[in-house]
Design a protein around this ligand. Structure first.
Ligand code: PMP
Length: 428
Protein backbone atom coordinates (compact mmCIF):
# COMPACT_ATOMS: atom_id res chain seq x y z
CA UNK A 1 0.00 0.00 0.00
CA UNK A 2 2.92 2.38 0.64
CA UNK A 3 3.74 2.28 -3.05
CA UNK A 4 0.36 3.70 -4.05
CA UNK A 5 -0.05 7.38 -4.87
CA UNK A 6 -1.09 9.29 -1.70
CA UNK A 7 -4.62 10.10 -2.94
CA UNK A 8 -5.17 6.50 -4.05
CA UNK A 9 -4.03 5.35 -0.65
CA UNK A 10 -6.67 7.43 1.06
CA UNK A 11 -9.30 5.92 -1.25
CA UNK A 12 -8.19 2.43 -0.25
CA UNK A 13 -8.35 3.26 3.46
CA UNK A 14 -11.69 4.99 2.90
CA UNK A 15 -13.14 1.83 1.45
CA UNK A 16 -11.58 -0.28 4.17
CA UNK A 17 -13.21 1.87 6.87
CA UNK A 18 -16.53 2.81 5.26
CA UNK A 19 -17.27 -0.38 3.37
CA UNK A 20 -18.38 -0.79 -0.24
CA UNK A 21 -21.77 1.02 -0.29
CA UNK A 22 -20.64 4.60 -0.82
CA UNK A 23 -20.12 5.76 -4.41
CA UNK A 24 -17.83 8.61 -5.41
CA UNK A 25 -18.25 10.91 -8.39
CA UNK A 26 -15.59 10.91 -11.13
CA UNK A 27 -12.84 8.49 -12.13
CA UNK A 28 -10.49 10.70 -10.16
CA UNK A 29 -12.59 11.61 -7.10
CA UNK A 30 -12.64 15.16 -5.83
CA UNK A 31 -11.47 16.24 -2.40
CA UNK A 32 -13.31 19.50 -1.73
CA UNK A 33 -12.33 21.59 1.25
CA UNK A 34 -14.05 24.95 0.82
CA UNK A 35 -16.99 26.54 -0.98
CA UNK A 36 -18.52 29.96 -1.54
CA UNK A 37 -21.60 30.78 -3.61
CA UNK A 38 -21.47 28.47 -6.65
CA UNK A 39 -17.73 27.91 -6.41
CA UNK A 40 -15.90 25.01 -4.78
CA UNK A 41 -12.20 24.59 -4.00
CA UNK A 42 -10.25 21.36 -3.73
CA UNK A 43 -7.34 20.58 -1.43
CA UNK A 44 -4.88 22.00 -3.98
CA UNK A 45 -6.80 25.28 -4.22
CA UNK A 46 -8.26 24.54 -7.67
CA UNK A 47 -11.58 26.33 -8.18
CA UNK A 48 -14.64 24.54 -9.61
CA UNK A 49 -18.05 25.75 -10.70
CA UNK A 50 -20.80 23.82 -8.94
CA UNK A 51 -23.60 23.10 -11.45
CA UNK A 52 -24.97 20.17 -9.51
CA UNK A 53 -25.62 20.76 -5.82
CA UNK A 54 -29.12 21.88 -4.94
CA UNK A 55 -28.69 21.48 -1.18
CA UNK A 56 -26.66 24.68 -0.57
CA UNK A 57 -29.38 26.48 -2.51
CA UNK A 58 -28.48 29.93 -1.21
CA UNK A 59 -24.79 29.27 -1.86
CA UNK A 60 -22.03 27.29 -0.21
CA UNK A 61 -21.08 28.68 3.24
CA UNK A 62 -23.75 31.36 3.10
CA UNK A 63 -22.85 33.74 5.98
CA UNK A 64 -26.53 34.23 6.96
CA UNK A 65 -26.85 30.53 7.74
CA UNK A 66 -23.50 30.42 9.53
CA UNK A 67 -24.57 33.36 11.70
CA UNK A 68 -28.01 31.95 12.50
CA UNK A 69 -26.63 28.51 13.39
CA UNK A 70 -23.72 29.88 15.45
CA UNK A 71 -25.94 32.22 17.45
CA UNK A 72 -28.44 29.47 18.20
CA UNK A 73 -25.73 26.94 19.08
CA UNK A 74 -24.35 29.37 21.62
CA UNK A 75 -27.75 29.46 23.33
CA UNK A 76 -29.28 25.98 23.28
CA UNK A 77 -30.05 23.03 21.04
CA UNK A 78 -32.78 20.71 22.30
CA UNK A 79 -35.71 18.79 20.84
CA UNK A 80 -39.45 18.95 20.29
CA UNK A 81 -40.35 17.78 23.80
CA UNK A 82 -39.69 21.33 25.02
CA UNK A 83 -41.36 24.40 23.60
CA UNK A 84 -39.25 26.72 21.48
CA UNK A 85 -40.19 29.69 19.33
CA UNK A 86 -37.95 28.76 16.37
CA UNK A 87 -40.05 25.78 15.33
CA UNK A 88 -43.30 27.75 15.70
CA UNK A 89 -42.05 30.81 13.83
CA UNK A 90 -40.74 28.67 11.02
CA UNK A 91 -43.86 26.48 10.85
CA UNK A 92 -46.07 29.57 10.57
CA UNK A 93 -43.89 31.08 7.88
CA UNK A 94 -43.72 27.92 5.81
CA UNK A 95 -47.42 27.08 6.14
CA UNK A 96 -48.05 30.61 4.89
CA UNK A 97 -46.33 29.62 1.65
CA UNK A 98 -48.41 26.47 1.17
CA UNK A 99 -52.02 26.16 -0.07
CA UNK A 100 -54.45 26.99 2.72
CA UNK A 101 -55.77 23.41 2.87
CA UNK A 102 -52.35 22.17 3.96
CA UNK A 103 -52.32 23.46 7.48
CA UNK A 104 -50.10 21.29 9.65
CA UNK A 105 -46.41 20.48 9.49
CA UNK A 106 -44.05 18.02 11.14
CA UNK A 107 -40.27 17.93 10.97
CA UNK A 108 -37.76 15.20 10.19
CA UNK A 109 -34.05 15.04 9.30
CA UNK A 110 -34.13 13.68 5.74
CA UNK A 111 -36.34 13.50 2.69
CA UNK A 112 -36.51 9.73 3.19
CA UNK A 113 -38.01 10.13 6.66
CA UNK A 114 -40.51 12.70 5.43
CA UNK A 115 -41.67 10.40 2.62
CA UNK A 116 -41.79 7.45 5.00
CA UNK A 117 -44.21 9.21 7.32
CA UNK A 118 -46.17 10.62 4.36
CA UNK A 119 -46.79 7.15 2.92
CA UNK A 120 -47.87 5.83 6.31
CA UNK A 121 -50.31 8.73 6.68
CA UNK A 122 -51.65 8.21 3.15
CA UNK A 123 -52.21 4.52 3.81
CA UNK A 124 -54.03 5.07 7.08
CA UNK A 125 -56.17 7.88 5.70
CA UNK A 126 -57.18 6.11 2.49
CA UNK A 127 -57.55 2.69 4.10
CA UNK A 128 -55.54 1.30 1.17
CA UNK A 129 -51.95 0.17 0.78
CA UNK A 130 -51.07 0.53 -2.90
CA UNK A 131 -48.76 3.38 -3.89
CA UNK A 132 -47.87 4.34 -7.47
CA UNK A 133 -44.51 5.85 -8.44
CA UNK A 134 -42.65 6.37 -11.73
CA UNK A 135 -40.25 3.77 -13.10
CA UNK A 136 -37.02 5.64 -12.30
CA UNK A 137 -38.16 7.37 -9.14
CA UNK A 138 -35.99 7.89 -6.10
CA UNK A 139 -37.80 8.86 -2.92
CA UNK A 140 -35.42 7.70 -0.19
CA UNK A 141 -33.67 4.94 1.66
CA UNK A 142 -35.85 3.66 4.52
CA UNK A 143 -37.17 0.09 4.19
CA UNK A 144 -40.61 1.39 3.17
CA UNK A 145 -39.37 4.10 0.80
CA UNK A 146 -36.58 2.13 -0.87
CA UNK A 147 -39.38 -0.24 -1.85
CA UNK A 148 -40.92 2.75 -3.65
CA UNK A 149 -37.66 3.87 -5.30
CA UNK A 150 -37.08 1.70 -8.36
CA UNK A 151 -34.04 3.70 -9.48
CA UNK A 152 -32.01 2.23 -6.61
CA UNK A 153 -31.54 -0.90 -8.69
CA UNK A 154 -32.71 -4.40 -9.26
CA UNK A 155 -31.24 -5.81 -6.04
CA UNK A 156 -33.56 -3.79 -3.81
CA UNK A 157 -36.89 -5.58 -3.33
CA UNK A 158 -39.82 -3.45 -4.46
CA UNK A 159 -42.84 -3.46 -2.16
CA UNK A 160 -45.68 -5.92 -2.87
CA UNK A 161 -48.10 -3.03 -2.82
CA UNK A 162 -46.11 -0.69 -5.07
CA UNK A 163 -46.88 -0.17 -8.73
CA UNK A 164 -44.93 1.72 -11.37
CA UNK A 165 -45.88 3.74 -14.38
CA UNK A 166 -43.29 4.34 -17.10
CA UNK A 167 -41.12 7.45 -17.04
CA UNK A 168 -43.10 10.31 -18.67
CA UNK A 169 -40.30 10.82 -21.19
CA UNK A 170 -41.50 13.88 -23.09
CA UNK A 171 -38.58 13.75 -25.53
CA UNK A 172 -39.45 10.28 -26.77
CA UNK A 173 -43.22 10.30 -26.12
CA UNK A 174 -44.06 13.90 -27.05
CA UNK A 175 -45.70 16.46 -24.82
CA UNK A 176 -49.11 16.95 -26.42
CA UNK A 177 -51.11 14.27 -24.63
CA UNK A 178 -48.87 13.64 -21.65
CA UNK A 179 -51.63 14.13 -19.06
CA UNK A 180 -53.98 11.69 -20.80
CA UNK A 181 -51.13 9.22 -21.36
CA UNK A 182 -50.29 9.32 -17.65
CA UNK A 183 -53.94 8.98 -16.57
CA UNK A 184 -54.26 5.82 -18.68
CA UNK A 185 -51.10 4.30 -17.15
CA UNK A 186 -52.28 5.12 -13.63
CA UNK A 187 -55.73 3.67 -14.22
CA UNK A 188 -54.12 0.43 -15.46
CA UNK A 189 -52.09 0.18 -12.25
CA UNK A 190 -55.04 0.95 -9.97
CA UNK A 191 -57.07 -1.76 -11.77
CA UNK A 192 -54.17 -4.18 -11.44
CA UNK A 193 -53.86 -3.53 -7.70
CA UNK A 194 -57.55 -4.12 -7.19
CA UNK A 195 -57.39 -7.38 -9.16
CA UNK A 196 -54.78 -8.47 -6.63
CA UNK A 197 -56.91 -7.43 -3.65
CA UNK A 198 -54.84 -4.32 -2.88
CA UNK A 199 -56.71 -1.04 -2.33
CA UNK A 200 -55.28 2.15 -3.83
CA UNK A 201 -53.69 4.53 -1.29
CA UNK A 202 -52.20 7.18 -3.57
CA UNK A 203 -49.31 8.42 -5.66
CA UNK A 204 -45.87 9.67 -4.65
CA UNK A 205 -44.57 11.98 -7.39
CA UNK A 206 -41.77 14.51 -7.72
CA UNK A 207 -43.36 17.03 -10.09
CA UNK A 208 -40.09 17.59 -11.98
CA UNK A 209 -39.38 13.81 -12.18
CA UNK A 210 -35.72 14.42 -11.46
CA UNK A 211 -34.35 10.90 -11.32
CA UNK A 212 -36.54 9.96 -14.30
CA UNK A 213 -34.35 12.33 -16.34
CA UNK A 214 -35.54 15.85 -15.34
CA UNK A 215 -38.97 16.10 -16.96
CA UNK A 216 -40.82 19.32 -16.15
CA UNK A 217 -43.42 18.80 -18.91
CA UNK A 218 -45.86 21.54 -19.81
CA UNK A 219 -47.29 23.45 -16.84
CA UNK A 220 -50.64 21.95 -15.90
CA UNK A 221 -50.14 18.48 -17.37
CA UNK A 222 -50.41 16.88 -13.91
CA UNK A 223 -53.83 18.43 -13.22
CA UNK A 224 -55.98 15.67 -14.83
CA UNK A 225 -53.65 13.07 -13.31
CA UNK A 226 -54.22 14.29 -9.76
CA UNK A 227 -57.95 14.69 -10.40
CA UNK A 228 -58.00 11.00 -11.33
CA UNK A 229 -56.04 10.05 -8.19
CA UNK A 230 -58.57 11.89 -6.04
CA UNK A 231 -61.57 10.41 -7.88
CA UNK A 232 -60.15 6.95 -7.18
CA UNK A 233 -59.88 7.74 -3.45
CA UNK A 234 -56.11 8.17 -3.43
CA UNK A 235 -53.85 10.66 -1.69
CA UNK A 236 -51.42 12.81 -3.66
CA UNK A 237 -48.04 13.11 -1.95
CA UNK A 238 -45.99 15.83 -3.63
CA UNK A 239 -42.31 15.06 -3.11
CA UNK A 240 -40.86 18.58 -3.20
CA UNK A 241 -37.36 17.53 -2.15
CA UNK A 242 -36.12 18.51 -5.62
CA UNK A 243 -38.54 21.08 -7.11
CA UNK A 244 -39.39 22.99 -3.93
CA UNK A 245 -37.92 26.22 -2.54
CA UNK A 246 -37.89 28.28 -5.79
CA UNK A 247 -35.91 25.74 -7.84
CA UNK A 248 -38.27 25.80 -10.84
CA UNK A 249 -38.35 29.61 -11.05
CA UNK A 250 -42.09 29.31 -11.78
CA UNK A 251 -43.37 29.19 -8.20
CA UNK A 252 -42.12 28.45 -4.72
CA UNK A 253 -43.32 24.83 -5.01
CA UNK A 254 -43.07 22.53 -8.02
CA UNK A 255 -46.70 21.41 -7.81
CA UNK A 256 -47.87 25.02 -8.20
CA UNK A 257 -46.71 24.92 -11.85
CA UNK A 258 -49.55 22.48 -12.38
CA UNK A 259 -52.27 24.31 -10.50
CA UNK A 260 -52.81 21.37 -8.16
CA UNK A 261 -53.17 21.03 -4.41
CA UNK A 262 -51.51 18.00 -2.83
CA UNK A 263 -52.80 16.25 0.28
CA UNK A 264 -49.26 15.91 1.65
CA UNK A 265 -46.09 17.81 0.74
CA UNK A 266 -42.64 16.48 1.64
CA UNK A 267 -39.49 18.56 1.46
CA UNK A 268 -35.83 18.42 2.46
CA UNK A 269 -32.51 19.02 0.73
CA UNK A 270 -32.40 22.84 0.18
CA UNK A 271 -34.49 23.65 3.21
CA UNK A 272 -31.66 24.57 5.61
CA UNK A 273 -28.77 24.93 3.12
CA UNK A 274 -27.08 21.72 4.25
CA UNK A 275 -28.10 21.43 7.90
CA UNK A 276 -30.16 18.23 8.28
CA UNK A 277 -33.78 19.34 8.09
CA UNK A 278 -36.86 18.03 6.32
CA UNK A 279 -40.61 18.23 6.76
CA UNK A 280 -43.98 16.81 5.94
CA UNK A 281 -46.78 19.36 5.52
CA UNK A 282 -50.26 17.89 5.46
CA UNK A 283 -53.99 18.50 5.53
CA UNK A 284 -55.11 18.13 9.11
CA UNK A 285 -57.77 15.52 8.28
CA UNK A 286 -55.13 13.32 6.64
CA UNK A 287 -52.76 13.62 9.60
CA UNK A 288 -55.59 12.80 11.99
CA UNK A 289 -55.81 9.25 10.64
CA UNK A 290 -52.20 8.69 11.72
CA UNK A 291 -52.14 10.84 14.84
CA UNK A 292 -55.11 9.07 16.44
CA UNK A 293 -52.99 6.01 17.16
CA UNK A 294 -49.40 7.19 16.99
CA UNK A 295 -47.23 9.70 18.82
CA UNK A 296 -44.17 10.81 16.81
CA UNK A 297 -40.74 11.72 18.04
CA UNK A 298 -37.61 12.27 15.98
CA UNK A 299 -34.60 13.15 18.15
CA UNK A 300 -32.85 15.72 15.97
CA UNK A 301 -35.78 16.92 13.90
CA UNK A 302 -37.04 20.49 14.19
CA UNK A 303 -34.39 21.37 16.76
CA UNK A 304 -33.72 25.08 17.38
CA UNK A 305 -30.46 25.05 15.40
CA UNK A 306 -31.98 23.38 12.33
CA UNK A 307 -34.95 25.76 12.52
CA UNK A 308 -32.63 28.77 12.78
CA UNK A 309 -30.86 27.63 9.60
CA UNK A 310 -34.18 27.01 7.83
CA UNK A 311 -35.48 30.45 8.86
CA UNK A 312 -32.30 32.05 7.50
CA UNK A 313 -32.84 30.29 4.16
CA UNK A 314 -36.44 31.49 3.86
CA UNK A 315 -35.44 35.07 4.66
CA UNK A 316 -32.67 34.96 2.10
CA UNK A 317 -34.99 33.55 -0.58
CA UNK A 318 -37.53 36.30 0.09
CA UNK A 319 -35.16 39.22 0.51
CA UNK A 320 -33.04 38.20 -2.48
CA UNK A 321 -36.18 37.92 -4.68
CA UNK A 322 -34.86 34.50 -5.52
CA UNK A 323 -37.85 33.31 -7.52
CA UNK A 324 -37.47 36.13 -10.06
CA UNK A 325 -33.71 35.64 -10.15
CA UNK A 326 -34.06 31.89 -10.81
CA UNK A 327 -36.58 32.46 -13.60
CA UNK A 328 -34.29 34.99 -15.28
CA UNK A 329 -30.97 33.22 -14.96
CA UNK A 330 -32.63 29.87 -15.77
CA UNK A 331 -33.78 31.28 -19.12
CA UNK A 332 -30.27 32.53 -19.84
CA UNK A 333 -28.88 29.08 -19.01
CA UNK A 334 -31.29 27.40 -21.42
CA UNK A 335 -30.30 29.94 -24.12
CA UNK A 336 -26.65 28.97 -23.69
CA UNK A 337 -27.57 25.30 -23.92
CA UNK A 338 -29.74 25.85 -27.01
CA UNK A 339 -26.89 27.64 -28.75
CA UNK A 340 -24.55 24.74 -27.92
CA UNK A 341 -27.23 22.34 -29.19
CA UNK A 342 -27.21 24.04 -32.58
CA UNK A 343 -23.48 23.37 -32.94
CA UNK A 344 -23.36 19.90 -31.37
CA UNK A 345 -25.86 17.27 -32.53
CA UNK A 346 -25.11 15.00 -29.57
CA UNK A 347 -27.44 17.33 -27.64
CA UNK A 348 -30.81 15.76 -28.39
CA UNK A 349 -33.10 17.55 -25.97
CA UNK A 350 -32.89 20.39 -23.47
CA UNK A 351 -35.70 20.58 -20.94
CA UNK A 352 -35.93 22.52 -17.79
CA UNK A 353 -37.59 25.13 -15.71
CA UNK A 354 -35.73 27.67 -13.64
CA UNK A 355 -32.41 26.30 -12.46
CA UNK A 356 -33.19 22.65 -13.07
CA UNK A 357 -32.27 21.54 -16.58
CA UNK A 358 -31.83 18.12 -18.15
CA UNK A 359 -29.78 17.67 -21.34
CA UNK A 360 -30.38 14.42 -23.20
CA UNK A 361 -27.15 13.20 -24.87
CA UNK A 362 -27.92 11.08 -27.94
CA UNK A 363 -26.38 9.45 -30.99
CA UNK A 364 -26.54 12.32 -33.51
CA UNK A 365 -29.60 12.30 -35.76
CA UNK A 366 -31.47 9.85 -33.49
CA UNK A 367 -33.21 9.91 -30.11
CA UNK A 368 -31.10 6.97 -28.98
CA UNK A 369 -29.43 7.66 -25.64
CA UNK A 370 -25.63 7.77 -25.71
CA UNK A 371 -24.58 6.97 -22.17
CA UNK A 372 -20.90 6.43 -22.98
CA UNK A 373 -20.60 9.90 -24.48
CA UNK A 374 -22.54 11.46 -21.60
CA UNK A 375 -20.18 9.84 -19.09
CA UNK A 376 -17.21 11.12 -21.10
CA UNK A 377 -18.76 14.59 -21.19
CA UNK A 378 -19.09 14.93 -17.43
CA UNK A 379 -15.48 13.75 -16.98
CA UNK A 380 -14.24 16.31 -19.54
CA UNK A 381 -16.37 19.06 -17.99
CA UNK A 382 -14.70 18.27 -14.71
CA UNK A 383 -11.31 18.75 -16.40
CA UNK A 384 -12.67 22.17 -17.38
CA UNK A 385 -13.58 22.67 -13.71
CA UNK A 386 -17.35 22.38 -14.06
CA UNK A 387 -19.24 19.84 -11.97
CA UNK A 388 -22.45 18.16 -13.20
CA UNK A 389 -23.87 14.64 -13.01
CA UNK A 390 -26.15 12.26 -14.90
CA UNK A 391 -29.61 10.78 -14.42
CA UNK A 392 -32.51 9.16 -16.28
CA UNK A 393 -33.40 5.61 -17.27
CA UNK A 394 -30.44 5.37 -19.68
CA UNK A 395 -28.06 7.38 -17.49
CA UNK A 396 -27.43 9.82 -20.35
CA UNK A 397 -29.13 13.01 -19.13
CA UNK A 398 -26.98 15.82 -17.75
CA UNK A 399 -28.53 16.96 -14.49
CA UNK A 400 -27.84 20.68 -14.22
CA UNK A 401 -28.93 22.09 -10.91
CA UNK A 402 -26.60 24.74 -9.45
CA UNK A 403 -27.13 26.64 -6.21
CA UNK A 404 -29.85 29.26 -6.81
CA UNK A 405 -27.39 32.12 -6.39
CA UNK A 406 -26.03 31.24 -9.84
CA UNK A 407 -24.86 34.49 -11.47
CA UNK A 408 -23.73 35.94 -14.80
CA UNK A 409 -20.03 35.11 -14.26
CA UNK A 410 -20.98 31.53 -13.37
CA UNK A 411 -22.96 31.28 -16.59
CA UNK A 412 -19.99 32.60 -18.60
CA UNK A 413 -17.68 30.03 -17.07
CA UNK A 414 -20.21 27.28 -17.79
CA UNK A 415 -20.70 28.38 -21.41
CA UNK A 416 -16.95 28.35 -22.12
CA UNK A 417 -16.36 24.99 -20.42
CA UNK A 418 -19.36 23.43 -22.16
CA UNK A 419 -18.26 24.55 -25.62
CA UNK A 420 -14.68 23.35 -25.05
CA UNK A 421 -15.85 20.00 -23.65
CA UNK A 422 -18.39 19.29 -26.40
CA UNK A 423 -15.81 20.13 -29.10
CA UNK A 424 -13.26 17.89 -27.41
CA UNK A 425 -15.47 14.80 -27.36
CA UNK A 426 -17.30 15.40 -30.66
CA UNK A 427 -15.21 12.99 -32.68
CA UNK A 428 -14.09 10.60 -29.98
N1 PMP B 1 -37.06 12.53 -2.78
C1 PMP B 1 -36.35 12.94 -3.83
C2 PMP B 1 -37.09 13.41 -5.06
C3 PMP B 1 -34.96 12.93 -3.80
O1 PMP B 1 -34.26 13.35 -4.84
C4 PMP B 1 -34.31 12.49 -2.61
C5 PMP B 1 -32.80 12.46 -2.49
N2 PMP B 1 -32.07 12.41 -3.64
C6 PMP B 1 -35.09 12.05 -1.53
C7 PMP B 1 -36.47 12.11 -1.64
C8 PMP B 1 -34.47 11.53 -0.27
O2 PMP B 1 -33.93 12.54 0.48
P1 PMP B 1 -32.79 12.25 1.57
O3 PMP B 1 -31.54 11.85 0.84
O4 PMP B 1 -32.66 13.54 2.30
O5 PMP B 1 -33.30 11.17 2.44
Amino acid sequence: IDELAPDLRSLVSRRAALGPCYRLFYQKPLHLVRGRGCRLFDADGTEYLDMYNNIPSIGHSNPCVTKAVTEQLQLINTHTRYVHENILDYADELLGLLPRAIDQIMFMCSGSEANDLAVRCAQLYSGGEGIIVTAEAYHGNTALISGLSPSIGKDVPMGRTMRMIPTPDTYRLGTDHLGAWMCARIQEQIDDMRRHGIEFAGVLFDSIFSSDGVIPGNPGFLKPVIDLVHREGGVYIADEVQPGFCRTGAAFWGFERHGIVPDIVTMGKPMANGIACSAMAIKREVLKAFADGNPYFNTFAGNPVAMAAAKAVLSYLREGHMLEHVAEVGEALVRVLNEAGERHPMIGDIRGTGLFVGVDIVKPGTTEADRARAVRLIEVLREHRVLVSLCGPYGNVLKIRPPLVFGADDLDMFADALEASLSEIEHV
